[in-house]
Design a protein around this ligand. Structure first.
Ligand SMILES: Nc1nc2c(ncn2[C@@H]2O[C@H](COP(=O)(O)OP(=O)(O)OP(=O)(O)O)[C@@H](O)[C@H]2O)c(=O)[nH]1
Length: 829
């Protein structure tokens, strides 16, 4: 392909890509009067300048040259001289061919993008000469982009095309006159417009970019190299190079955070950028860097080495990622800013980085034992001694000394002791039956609470319009309970008679608090069932919690119940009313499973105290000459104690006391314990030791089943202790189960269904998974296998699955509730 063909190809490509036919307009109009005048003057001037040589060129040639040089006489003369009058001798054939006026073969672009030729001549046929500026713009490598992206064809031929015009005089423009091309601002968002954000890459471009990034990432020989590279980069980010010592001094005093504060303060004061701040600091130090001293002109000189930019110190995040590096010089550390918690050592990891206190003790004990043997066998070896010394040292640091045990025979101590009997009773009954008032009055009459206290409570109760609840407030001590006038949780108190120490468990009557009532019932030896003798109240109670509570206490193993027929003062101590209630409740209780010999009735008024501690003074009550409530309580024999069984104590409360930050209280259900004993807490599985204890509020060395004890524990964190947990003998631990079989009395229809499982103070979600059998109530033998449903009042064997593991074992009493109702209760098999 000849150069001309090559150029035409390029030209056509450019035309094709950048010019629409619509934009192309032939300028066929005549010269304006102004142009004609300029042309006439130009021709005259050129001819005058050429002198005799003017005869060698035609007027038309002069006009065309003038036109294309915009009437520039000097350029026109130069052109005519070099082209027509005294042309340079041809160098070679090829060059000669090159010297032919290109305008004969090409049409060129004006600055507007249209060919400039003398009006009245054909664009294709007329000699067309691009101005030097136009040729530069067209063929300069930087000129192309202004029209958009060059096609591959133009890119390939661009360099070769520029050579075409090497010989042309208008190509020899002095460098100082060359157009300096400033690349125009690219349209925001690319040629297609858009937001100006990075254009969306195509799938192919994304893949290419990912591949490129992958190759770039692989460049460091190893990951360490990469980290080093990054670290070096971070190091170069440091603002400070010179005033290291001063910086270190500052940090030695205030630490990294102090430095950070200093910087922040300065920045805040001056509102200067970090880079300027750094320079400011250096100047203060009197050690301006070379870079700082450089004048702005020098900084801008392109021949000068690229000045190091003002760099920010590595961010705290970068330092967190890459650290400081042991080999790095101290100044780098001066730019460390303290992050919150950077110096914090998580106690959890530390907690497991060392042996537990128990492990240390056991190891020390084991080694101490071994040491004796080792010393006897080989005294020459001092290794064991060092080990024991180390362990002893560890003991001093980590562990509280273990409580000493007196190694008592607790059961024989209990038998020898002449202490009073102990008994716990739960007070149950329908809401507002008068349970709390009755217990408050009992405590007042027994002298446990003095009259002044009750008067004070009465005044307080009067303020909120609840003066009738003054006695109830002796037990209902919570603000919410007092405000609402209902008991919410079990309230405990204690009193003594001549023969027995009683613990009161005052249960809430409201159906919303049945779980708390169950918790109270699980600790009781017997129960007082309070019935409101008022007209209508008894009847509604029998349908409500009188019935449910009776069922529950029986299911919880309570065999003895004293029925206190209360508020008889409101019915004028009517004997008929009392007899009626006695008759109905006896039938109901015996149907529930209580033996009639274990059920007794006392007509009382909790408000006045009649027949509680003393006999009724109201003459209307003279018809009753039977025992008072306290008499009934004293005559109630507590159930047999499981003294010889493994220790089981359910936790009622966890609290702090002076002798121990970890104190628990509860009733000992089985077994015994003494100070110094090791205990196991389930379900946490944590071990603890009995540091000291109180039994019935008196310091004691031991405690047995049936007693309420307060234990001060050591070597355990309170986090492992919760209300309802079981404290047991580590050698005979209670198991934690998530499935069990229950022999239950149905209070409602039962089938495979979700239930709440209550045992003492703990409860969890569960499901009746299967009903293997219906049992005979008396003999316990199977009457029907795998029933689909269990009717109320039937006894059935149930398989219950729990959502979580609970400390459970055979013989324990469990209550199942569903939809806020008690549906079954029974014994774990
Ligand atoms: N007239 C009379 N009123 C009584 C008697 N006993 C209690 N009351 C009143 O009955 C109301 C309820 O008494 P509480 O002792 O709060 O009843 P409760 O059974 O403990 O209530 P909950 O525990 O919330 O179920 C109070 O206003 C008492 O003054 C009584 O023997 N005679």
């Amino acid at each position: 392909m000849s150069r001309h063909q090559e150029f035409r190809s390029v030209q056509s490509t450019l035309d094709e890509h950048y010019y629409d036919d619509d934009d192309y307009e032939e300028e066929e109009e005549e010269l304006s009067a102004e142009d004609q005048a300029a042309m006439r003057q130009g021709v005259a001037d050129v001819k005058a300048a050429l002198g005799v040589e003017a005869s060698k060129v035609t007027t038309k040639q002069i006009e065309e040259a003038l036109y294309y040089y915009y009437y520039d006489v000097e350029k026109t003369v130069h052109y005519l001289l070099t082209k027509f009058i005294a042309p340079a001798p041809p160098k070679a054939a090829k060059t000669t061919q090159k010297a032919k006026p290109p305008g004969k073969h090409i049409s060129c672009l004006s600055s507007r993008g249209a060919p400039r030729h003398l009006p009245g001549t054909s664009s294709a046929a007329t000699v067309m000469m691009p101005s030097p500026h136009e040729s530069l713009r067209l063929y300069s490598p930087i000129a192309i982009p202004q029209f958009g992206t060059a096609t591959p064809a133009t890119a390939m031929t661009r360099s070769s095309i520029s050579a075409i015009f090497d010989h042309m005089p208008w190509g020899n423009v002095p460098s100082h006159r060359l157009t300096v091309f400033v690349e125009p601002e690219r349209p925001r968002g690319g040629l297609m417009g858009g937001s100006g954000a990075a254009p969306k890459l195509t799938r192919m471009q994304q893949l290419a970019a990912a591949r490129k990034k992958k190759v770039a990432d692989k460049k460091p020989s190893s990951s360490e190299d990469a980290v080093d590279t990054t670290r070096q980069g971070i190091q170069t980010l440091s603002v400070e190079d010179q005033p290291k010592e001063k910086e270190n001094q500052i940090l030695n005093v205030s630490g990294g955070f102090g430095k950070r504060q200093k910087l922040s303060a300065t920045q805040a004061a001056g509102r200067m950028p970090l880079a300027e701040l750094s320079r400011e600091e250096r100047q203060q130090d009197g050690s301006s860097s070379q870079h700082d001293a450089m004048p702005p002109s020098a900084e801008q000189d392109s021949t000068a080495p690229e000045p190091a930019p003002e760099l920010a110190p590595p961010s705290a995040f970068a330092q967190t990622l890459f650290g400081v590096g042991a080999h790095e010089p101290a100044p780098v550390t001066t730019r460390q800013f303290a992050l919150p918690y950077m110096a914090y050592c998580p106690s959890l990891t530390d907690a497991f980085s060392k042996p537990s206190p128990d492990d240390v003790v056991l190891t020390a004990q084991a080694k101490a034992g071994k040491k004796t043997d080792a010393a006897a066998s080989s005294k020459k070896k001092n290794v064991g001694v060092d080990a024991v010394a180390h362990d002893v040292k560890a003991l001093k640091v980590d562990d509280a000394p273990l409580p000493k045990s007196k190694n008592l025979n607790v059961l024989s101590e209990y038998e020898k002791s002449k202490s009073k009997k102990t008994a716990s009773f739960v007070v149950v009954g329908h809401v507002d039956a008068g349970k709390s008032t009755m217990m408050g009055r009992l405590l007042l009459d027994l002298g446990v609470v003095d009259q002044r206290t009750v008067d004070k409570l009465r005044k307080e109760a009067e303020k909120i319009g609840k003066s009738s609840f003054a006695l109830a407030w002796v037990l209902d001590q919570r603000t919410e309970e007092r405000a609402r006038g209902v008991t919410i949780d079990i309230a405990t108190n204690r009193f003594e008679t001549d023969s027995t120490i009683f613990t009161i468990l005052d249960a809430p009557g409201h159906r919303d608090f049945i779980p708390n009532m169950i918790a109270g019932a699980s600790q009781a030896d017997f129960a007082i069932l309070v019935i409101d003798a008022g007209v209508g109240a008894f009847e509604s109670g029998l349908k409500g919690q009188t019935r449910e509570h009776s069922l529950l206490i029986r299911s919880m193993g309570v065999a003895r119940v004293i029925v206190a027929v209360n508020k008889l003062d409101t019915v004028d101590w009517s004997k008929e009313r009392f007899d009626e209630i006695t008759h109905q409740v006896t039938g109901f209780l015996t149907a529930t499973g209580f033996q009639s010999k274990n059920v007794s009735f006392v007509p009382v008024s909790g408000l006045t105290g009649d027949n509680l501690v003393r006999r009724a003074t109201d003459p209307a009550a003279s018809w009753y000459q039977g025992p008072t409530l306290v008499d009934e309580l004293e005559s109630s024999e507590p159930t047999t104690r499981a003294l010889n069984k493994p220790l089981r104590m359910s936790i009622s409360e966890v609290f702090k006391t002076m002798p121990s930050p970890t104190t628990v209280s509860g009733r000992i259900d089985a077994g015994s314990l003494q100070v110094g004993d090791a205990l196991l807490v389930q379900p946490s599985g944590e071990k603890a030791y009995v540091k000291s204890m109180l039994v019935d509020e008196e310091p004691a060395d031991w405690a047995v089943a049936g007693q309420n004890a307060i234990l001060h524990l050591s070597n355990i964190d309170p986090i492992h202790l919760r209300v309802g947990d079981i404290i047991c003998d580590p050698t005979h631990p209670i198991q934690c189960l998530d499935s069990f079989t229950l022999k239950a009395l149905a209070f409602d229809f039962l089938m495979p269904m979700p239930v709440d499982v209550h045992r003492g103070r703990i409860h969890a979600a569960g499901t009746i998974e299967a009903i293997p059998a219906i049992l005979d109530k008396v003999t316990g033998s199977v009457t029907k296998k795998k029933p689909k449903i269990v009717k109320p009042a039937s006894v059935a064997r149930l398989v219950v699955k729990l959502s979580t593991k609970l400390p459970l074992e055979a013989g324990q009493r469990v209550v199942l509730r569903s939809g806020g109702e008690t549906v079954a209760a029974g014994l774990l098999e």
